[in-house]
Each structure stands twice: as C-alpha cells, then as structure tokens.
Design a protein around this ligand. Structure first.
Ligand code: PLP
Length: 459
C-alpha cells in the first residue's frame, strides 16, 4: 500500500470488500482506483481526474455515465412503486411492457421473456430451463451443452461452467457435469499454418459434429455461444462458420443459445450480434446495455414451443419451480423501457453506423505497427492483438503481459481505460455507443501515445 493513507477509502475498501478479476495478493499492494463520478464517456476518480472510458465500464454503459432520462425514469418508478414481484400470480406494469417490447425486437417468434438481474443468472436460467424442457418433452437424456473455449458466460455455477476460461474453473471444481467445450473460432490465433479460413471453418464445424456424434445426438441439448466473443478477445468467426455450424446443429436437433449479453443492443452495429453474424438463435440471453447498466437487469428470450414445454412441466409438477425476488424488478424494467425508447427516438443505430466507420478506420490503422499482429473490429467493439514477431505470430511471454502493461500505462499516463483480454495478447475497446467522432479520435490518439511509450520501453 505504497503511499496509501491507512484510513483512506481505498484502504478500507480492500480491508472489507471482496473483488473479482484481480490478483487478490497483488491488490493488497495496489488498492483500487476509486471512481466517484461520470459524465458522457468520462469517469472521475476521487481526486476529480477524468479518464476516457473506452470499455464502457464492463461493455455496458451504452448511453454513457450521465444520461438524465434514465435517471428520471428510475426516480419516477421508485416514487410510483419501488418494488413488487412478478411471482405467485402478481406482476408489475414495467415488466409486462418490457417483455412485450423485447418480444417484438428479438429474432424469435412469439417469444416469452424471463427477467433476472445479471447475464450470469440469465445463462444459468437457460441451462435449467433447457433441462426442464427436455424432461418435460420426455427426452431426459438430452442434457449436454456445448460451449466454446475462451467464451465467457458468467460467474454462477452453470454460467461459469459454460465459460471456456480456465481461471473461471480452476479451484472452483468447475465445470459441472454435462458441459463440453470446443475450439475457439479465432482464425488468426488458432488457424493451422497454411490453413485457409474456409478450411478452418470446416475443421471447427467438423469438431462440433464429431463431438455430437461421439456423445450421442440424443444426449446433446444445446450449443451456446456469443455471436462475437467479447471478454475472450473480440473474436469474430470467419465467414461461413455460423451457417455451417447451424446446419450441423439442426441435423441433430441441438438448439442454439445466443449469449447477447455484450453483443445485444447495437454493440455490433446491429440490434443483435445474431443479426450481425447471420445466426438464427433458438433462445437468447441479454443484459448490460439493456439498461445501459444503470440498473441490474437481464433477460432470457424463449420461443413458444419451449415455453409450452415449460408449461407442460409445471402442470406435471404443480408449479414452475424457478422464482426470484427481483425477477422483473419494476425500476430495472422502467429504465430498460426508457433505454429502448431513447435508442429509437435518437436513432442510435444510425449514430453507431456513423461513428463505427471512424472507429473502424482508426483501429485498423494500428495494423501497421510493428508489434500488432491482428486487429478485429465490428460495430463499436474492437481488439488489437500484440506479438513480438508478426511473421510467426509469436506472443509476448507470458501471453497477455504486453496488453496488461499497455492497459496499466494507458490508464496511468494517458488517463484512458482499455481492457486487456485473452485471445493471444489483446487490448479491447467498447466505448459507450454515444461516443462522438471527435471522441473516437481522442481515444485512439491517447492509445497511440501509450503504445508508442510502452513500445519504446520494451525496446
Ligand atoms: N455473458 C457475456 C457474454 C458476458 O460478457 C458476461 C459478463 O461480462 C456475462 C454473460 C455475465 O454477465 P454478468 O456479469 O452480468 O453476470
């Protein structure tokens, strides 16, 4: 705790608060930066120093950090009805209205919506519901779920099991049974020497089919994926991957669950990552930008045949035995309704298209840098992957160390928050969707300075 005042809020924080995604021992020496304010795409630390937030928090504050209309929507709903539940034959108007609104927006016919509070909880509910449905449909063997290495789906028992990141499994005794993982469709990193994109696609889709056949199609319920992998490094599968994959899944009656927690609500430039990537999802989970993260909320969209099977199961049991105190929380749903209204009224899609073009142009320019191996971009999400040797795609040792160093440097010296992510050694960008063209330039100008400085340091 170098130079830390013993009783500062940061010192008290680490004395009492358990944090995730940190090295807990290192954190004892490096207490957190306390963030006390936000405006537009900037956040402020406790000294009032502004930082340009190029990660939108956790890929989530779509409308930035000071959207008055969302604050008003929450306040108004708090005054009207701060809480009631949606269980035991009761409901609340914002939840009903939001379900109706989302049903019209998702690419799923006659969708029913289940509400929860986090992406993890929505994906966990998906696993439970898929198992319930297959039991209700009289196929109790059909329970296995295939997910991908390097995908991220959450922190709860089921969703962390779906995640394909080893730190989410090790020492936690995860994954749970019935969860299988296949290769990450990151062509730059996982393509074999001399393998074309088309051959890579065939190999990966072939791996999925071989796994389904080896396990027995009657035992495989679902395939789960983020259309564009977010936290795992902004991985955009090559053309043809999803078309071929869905043909295989259809052949064996395996449903596609799209995790839209990061992708959803225009992050990819389209309303849904599924739309951007040409996926026909059976079910979808969404969270984060649904409220611009101002209130916790997630949703799980289910097709009518799936819901009908849930109904059949609940008739057998006597009740649908999955309930949560805060499911359909009126304040969260009121904020989400306002968020969706703003998206339409301000034509955020057109805005993302316009600034997305500049974002793409600026991020692709880093391809020429001697330490940049790969640049990936779609909509307003992108990643830059670093290598020591472009020709051989050699990563820094240990893998990820350069991106972390650059992230820390960018924060300290350029007052720019970027995310260091797996998929080789990458820095990811996912600014608030309301970012302007000038701010896109400022973001990448700051990043370029940090990159030059760190490149000079590593020689
Ligand atoms: N799914 C994806 C794609 C995510 O990126 C995340 C979180 O980053 C989750 C699920 C889990 O969401 P939450 O952290 O709200 O539980």
């Amino acid at each position: 705790m170098d130079g830390m005042i013993e009783n500062s809020i940061a010192a008290r924080d680490i004395r009492y608060l358990v944090h995730g995604s940190v090295d807990l021992a290192r954190q004892r020496q490096n207490p957190p930066t306390m963030i006390n304010g936000g405006k537009g795409i900037f956040i402020f630390d406790e000294n009032g120093t502004p930082y340009l937030e190029a990660a939108a928090g956790m890929w989530c504050t779509a409308l930035g950090f000071s959207e008055e209309e969302l604050i008003e929507a929450a306040t108004e709903q708090m005054r009207k009805l701060p809480y009631y539940h949606t269980l035991a034959y009761k409901s609340v108007t914002p939840a009903a209205e939001l379900a109706e609104k989302l049903a019209a927006l998702v690419p799923i016919e006659n969708a029913h919506l289940y509400f929860a509070l986090s992406g993890s909880e929505a994906n966990d509910a998906f696993i439970k519901f898929a198992w319930y449905v297959n039991n209700a449909l009289g196929r109790p063997e059909k329970k296995k779920i295939i997910a991908r290495k390097n995908g991220y789906h959450g922190a709860t028992l089921g969703s962390a099991s779906l995640s394909g990141i080893s730190a989410n499994h090790k020492l936690f005794d995860l994954p749970i049974a019935n969860i299988l993982h296949v290769s990450d469709p990151h062509y730059y990193r996982n393509g074999l020497p001399g393998e074309s994109e088309a051959e890579f696609v065939d190999r990966l889709v072939g791996e999925v089919e071989a796994l389904i056949l080896a396990e027995g199609p009657d035992t495989v319920a679902a395939f789960v994926a983020e259309p564009v992998t977010g936290a795992g490094g902004v991985v955009i599968p090559p053309a043809g991957y999803y078309t071929k994959l869905q043909a295989v899944l259809d052949r064996y009656d395996v449903i596609f669950h799209a995790d839209e927690v990061i992708n959803g609500f225009l992050r990819t430039g389209k309303m849904w990552g599924s739309e951007a990537m040409g996926i026909r999802p059976t079910t979808m989970s969404m969270a984060k930008a649904i409220t611009s993260a101002y209130m916790p909320l997630s949703a799980l969209a289910l097709p009518s045949w799936f819901y009908d099977a849930m109904e059949r199961g609940s008739t057998e049991v006597g009740v649908f035995g999955h309930a949560a105190t805060y499911a359909g929380h009126p304040v969260s749903c009121a904020v989400a309704l306002k968020m969706l209204e703003i998206v339409e009224r301000r034509n955020l899609k057109a805005h993302v298209e316009t600034v997305g073009a500049r974002f793409k142009e600026r991020i692709l320019a880093f391809k020429d840098h001697p330490l940049v191996g790969d640049v990936r971009v779609i909509g307003l999400m992108g990643a830059i992957e670093f290598v020591t040797d472009k020709a051989n795609k050699t990563s820094f040792v240990p893998t990820g160390s350069f991106a972390k160093r650059l992230r820390d440097h960018a924060e300290e010296r350029q007052k720019l928050i970027v995310r260091a992510v797996p998929a080789g050694d990458s820095c990811a960008f996912s600014p608030p969707l309301v970012i302007t063209i000038e701010e896109v330039d400022e973001m990448f100008d700051r990043f370029a300075k940090a990159l030059d400085e760190v490149t000079a340091e590593v020689g």
